[in-house]
Design a protein around this ligand. Structure first.
Ligand code: PRX
Length: 635
């Protein structure tokens, strides 16, 4: 298996060249030699960029859990798949071997089958970061059910809308979950959500916090009791390479969240291949990705990618600041972590604390550091490099998206020379393009533009659940013949990419992708609000924070402003989740609009950023007088 591990720059360029010259041959070899299939595919790739139709390994038959688990059992079943590190540092870590993982996944798969769940059914998973979360994804994949994980920080109404969008038949949750010094009462959020969901027939409840619960008769079942009586052998469902594996929702710049659909074969090949190369994982290493499985990072680089490579990973329930700001480093020291993958927002938050928190622990096991989710600023990059990696661990700044399924642009540790704030070079098989305002590709180096991808790759999302037209419009229409990422980027003099941020109305707050439109929709439902506009502005720790400009209805005018602000944020927390709360709220008389009635967000962004002399062309403004008032009262 060594052959597909890139170990020097020469082999990177060689593989890259091959992957562009003949992508089908390139991926076909990897798929065949690194994974097991029940039946080989008829055709490696069939596609139309215009219709957004992609089919990888068509006719190939497989089950991804066979690749993640079963094939390791004979010789390596006693090796550890997951080390569960609980929120409370005093709770002993739990080591879960591949054998144990197999038993747990099969049992849960049998439970799902006994509840009438089968191939193609959607199962919503709303769980904290406990081992059952990983088991649940794999149990679905075992029986061909499509998992739809909803991050356990989302509110009841956000959960309900995701359940309804894909008509989930079953929901797996827990009584509660621990996060730092808080207990989250998940089951009561579920109860509230399900008042508005008719598709869910049963709820399986994992016991974590042991709190008292309302168990609805005929609907709610304790998972533990069912698992106890289930067999630990479960035949894997034979899946077609293009059968959906999961749906994962991501915010859009307009309207409701998009259920990105990922399929089985291509996703497996790409997540496995990229994990191996981007983290340079070697047998015996301990790898830790601090993301939540509720996001794509957790799907691809806690569950599927590592297991496909027979890795040992940490599954961490907690947060970086609990019980103190040394927690990450304490865990690295305790388990002798070799690869550590986290988000810039966590690095920035920890960099603000006393250095002693890092220096207290022995971090000499670390070999590779990674970041994901948002651009990493230079200061945070250096802090990570100096104090965590002690200048001896390459930092792989990985750029990718929920839609891409796997890492697209990233330095390969010990191979690609790193450069702070640069994701550097595309991985083999990925052909980026920078597009100018005239929709032409900008060639050569030292250029910038909208980041697109010119050619399909195996783990790209295949559609938006229930709305293929929206998929075409969002990703394949702005630059015909290309996949449009929504990000801007520049390419430096040696061809390295630096992602500069979103070019649409999505704001990345603490690494979370938030569409401004759904937040505005939520605010506008507040009885005192007439209209609102949300923009992002730079924030020291979160990367970006949200700034809301809000017009009140007459009835709201007399209200206490501080109370209103609190209410509006509570409204957002209830509708979407606490992560979408606004940092700043300004009540305004009106919003700057074009003659055609569109809000000029560019101006609002500049005001939020404090760049008051950079409004650009304002000649199309219908109401320039409004801008002065907003500037005067800026928060
Ligand atoms: O804007 C880019 C940013 O995160 C967006 C994707 O968000 P999401 O689908 O939630 O997936 C996050 C985890 C893969 C991208 O469009 N982003 C992600 N990684 C980076 C990044 N921006 C800059 N540098 C990165 N390394």
């Amino acid at each position: 298996m060594k052959s597909y591990r890139i170990q020097n720059l020469e082999s990177y360029f060689k593989q890259y060249k091959k992957s562009v010259k003949n992508p089908q041959k390139f991926w076909s070899k990897i798929a065949k030699e690194e994974f097991s299939w029940y039946r080989k595919w008829n055709k490696v790739l069939d596609f139309s960029m215009h219709e957004a139709k992609f089919s990888w390994f068509e006719g190939g038959k497989l089950n991804i859990t066979e690749n993640c688990i079963d094939r390791h059992l004979k010789e390596h079943g006693d090796e550890i798949a997951f080390i569960f590190e609980a929120n409370d540092p005093n709770e002993p870590a739990k080591h879960i071997s591949y054998h144990e993982l197999s038993r747990e996944v099969n049992k849960m798969a049998n439970v799902l089958r006994s509840q009438g769940i089968g191939k193609g059914d959607r199962v919503c998973i709303y769980l904290p970061m406990i081992p059952e979360l990983a088991y649940a994804l794999l149990a679905c994949a075992r029986i061909g059910a499509i998992h739809s994980v909803v991050f356990a920080g989302f509110s009841a109404s956000a959960l309900a809308s995701r359940i309804n969008d894909s008509s989930c038949k079953l929901l797996i949750t827990s009584d509660g979950g621990y996060r730092g010094n808080k207990t989250i009462h998940l089951k009561s959020i579920v109860d509230e959500a399900l008042q508005n969901c008719t598709s869910v027939e049963n709820v399986l409840v994992v016991k974590r916090t042991g709190e008292d619960l309302n168990m609805e008769e005929g609907r709610d079942l304790w998972l533990e009791e069912l698992v106890e009586n289930a067999s630990d052998q479960a035949e894997p469902e034979v899946m077609d390479a293009e059968d959906p594996l999961f749906i994962l929702y991501t915010s859009g710049s307009t309207g409701k969240p998009k259920g990105m659909v990922h399929t089985t074969g291509g996703y497996m090949v790409y997540s496995g291949y990229t994990f191996k190369n981007v983290f340079q994982y070697e047998p015996g290493d301990i790898y830790w990705c601090t993301a939540d499985i509720g996001w794509i990072t957790g799907h691809s680089y806690i569950v599927y990618g590592p297991l496909l490579n027979r890795a040992t990973s940490i599954l961490f329930e907690g947060i970086p600041s609990y019980p103190d700001h040394g927690r990450f480093w304490e865990v690295v020291d305790k388990h002798k972590v070799n690869q550590f993958y986290t988000a810039p927002t966590a690095i920035r938050a920890l960099a603000k604390e006393n250095l002693e928190w890092v220096e207290k622990y022995n971090l000499s096991s670390l070999k590779v550091l990674g970041t994901v989710g948002e651009p990493i600023n230079e200061e945070a990059w250096h802090w990570y490099n100096d104090h965590v990696g002690k200048k001896r661990c390459p930092i792989t700044d990985t750029w990718w998206q929920t839609e891409t399924g796997g890492i697209m642009i990233a330095p390969i540790p010990f191979t690609t020379p790193t450069k702070p704030t640069y994701a550097t070079l595309p991985l083999p098989g990925i052909q980026p393009a920078l597009m100018d305002e005239n929709k032409q590709e900008t060639v050569g180096n030292q250029v910038s533009g909208s980041l697109c991808v010119k050619y399909p790759w195996p783990s790209m999302a295949r559609t938006i659940w229930g709305n293929h037209q929206r998929y075409i419009e969002t990703y394949f229409s702005a630059y015909p013949g290309m996949y449009f990422t929504g990000d801007g980027a520049l390419r430096d003099e040696v061809g390295y990419y630096r992602i500069t941020g979103r070019v649409d109305d999505v704001v990345i707050v603490s690494g979370h992708n938030l569409g401004t439109a759904p937040i505005e929709d939520a605010i506008n439902e507040h009885p005192a609000v007439a209209e609102s506009a949300i923009v992002g502005f730079p924030h020291e720790v979160k990367g970006n924070a949200l700034y809301g400009y809000i017009i009140l209805k007459e009835s709201g005018e007399g209200r206490d402003r501080d109370n209103l602000k609190r209410e509006i944020n509570q409204f957002i927390a209830d509708h979407i989740g606490p992560i979408a709360k606004l940092d700043k709220i300004q009540f305004v008389e009106g919003l700057p609009k074009t003659r055609s009635g569109k809000i000029m967000r560019r101006i609002l962004r500049k005001i939020a950023e404090g760049q008051l002399d950079q409004f650009g062309d304002t000649s199309t403004l219908l109401n320039p007088e409004i801008v002065e008032g907003i500037v005067e009262n800026r928060q």
